[in-house]
Design a protein around this ligand. Sequence first.
Ligand SMILES: *Cc1c(COP(=O)(O)O)cnc(C)c1O
Length: 439
Amino acid sequence: MSQAKELQDLDLRHIWHPFTQAGVSPAPIPIRQAKGAILIAEDGREFVDMISSWWVTLHGHAHPAIVKAVAEQAARLEQVIFAGFTHAPAVELARRLSSLLPGDLNRVFFSDDGSTAVEAALKLAHQYWRNIGAPERRRYLSFEGGYHGDTVGAMSVGTKSGLFDHWRDLMFEVTTLPFPATWEGDGDAAEKEADCLHVLDGFLAEMGAETAAFIIEPLVQGAGGMRMCRPQFLQAVAERLKRAGVLLIFDEVMTGFGRTGETFACLKAGVTPDLICLSKGLTGGFLPMSATVCSDAVHDVFLGGTLDKAFAHGHSFTANPLGCAAALASLDLLLQDETGARVKAIEAVHRQRLFSMPAHPKLARHRIMGTIAAVDVECPDAGYAAAIGPKLREFFMALGFVIRPLGNVVYLLPPYCVEEAQLHQAYDAIERAAVEVIQ
Ligand SMILES: *Cc1c(COP(=O)(O)O)cnc(C)c1O
C-alpha cells in the first residue's frame, strides 16, 4: 500500500476533522511538505494554497526566516509559566504590537487562538464594568453574519452566523444588528449604512446604558462570507458607541497583519477600538497564538490592591516563547518594503481580473479589500451549506488550487508570497468554473 493510502486509512480510523462530515467528505489529502504558496502531497501532487491555509499563512509556508527563529528559540527556552515570569520574546512582541496599533492600545493579553482571544475580550469587557461599579452593563452587541470563534462566548456573539444552531441553548443572549454588506460600485451603499445606523441609534437610545461592548470584524466579515463594509460606516458606528459609553472590540483575527492592505483594518478604517483581538497571521501561520490588546484606560480599571479586581484568566501556554519568536520574525517580514509591494501587487491583480471577469448571470457582488477578493454565486440555498461549495472546491482541487468556497461565496486570500502568475491561474480556474460548474 502506498504511504499516502496508508495515512488516509489510519486517519479515517482515528481522526476527527474540523467542520467535516466524514460520512460524505472525500478522504483528507495527506500533505508531506509545503513551501511558499505550494502544498506538496504525499502522492506528489501539488496545490497552490490560495486561502493561506485557513487564513493563517502570511509570507508562505516554511519561510526560512521564521523556521530559523523558531528553531533557535526552541533550543533556548521553549516554554515557561507566564504568571510571575516573563521572557524577552513576549516583551518585545508586546512592545512591537503596541507600537503598530493606534491610540493607547498598549496592554497585551496573550492566549492561544482566535476564539480564546475573543473569549478574553468578552470577559474583560464584562469585568471592566463590574470593576467600574456598573454591573448593569452586561449586554453585548454584534453584527449579523459576524463570526468570532467556536468557544461558547465567541459562539454567542456569532450566533446569527447560522453555524451554531445545535448549541443555541448554551449561549448567552446577544443583540445582533443588521450589517450593511456593500461593495465597490454598490449604488445602495449609503442607504444601507443609514438603515443600519438607524437601528443602532434606536438600540442605543433604549439599551445603551445596559450595554457592555460591541464586537465587530472591521471592514470584512470573514467566515460570514467575506462581507465587506466601508470605513465611513465603522467611523459612524464608533462615534455612536463613544457617545453611549459602550466599549468597542475589534475582532481582527482574520483582517490583521496586512490582509486588508494595511497592517490592521482599524488603521485602514481610521477607528481606534478599546480592545482588539489578533491571531491567525500573528505568527505568520506557524504556531497557534493570539493576543487581546487593550487600551491603557481599560487595563487600568483592573489595577488595585486585591486579586478581586484582577483579570483572573489565563491558559497553560500563555505567551509561548516559540509563538512569540515566530511572531517577531513574521513582523520583521511584514514590515519590509518588499512585502508591502507584494500586498499591493496582489490587490492590483484582483482589480484587474475580478472586475473584468466575463459577465455571468449567477456571479454577483464582486468585491475586494486589499489582498482579499470575493464573489457570490447566486443560488437558492445560498449560505454556508450551499451545495455548490463542495462542487467548486473539488473542481479547483482537480486543477491544483486550494480554493475553498464559503458556501456559495468564492474567494481568494493568498499568502503574500504568491506569484502573480499563480494568481492569474487561479482566476483562469474561477472563469473555467463559471462555465463548467456554475453554468
Ligand atoms: C477564525 C476566526 C476566529 C476564531 O479563530 P480560531 O483560531 O479558529 O479559534 C475568530 N474571529 C475571526 C474573525 C476569525 O476569522
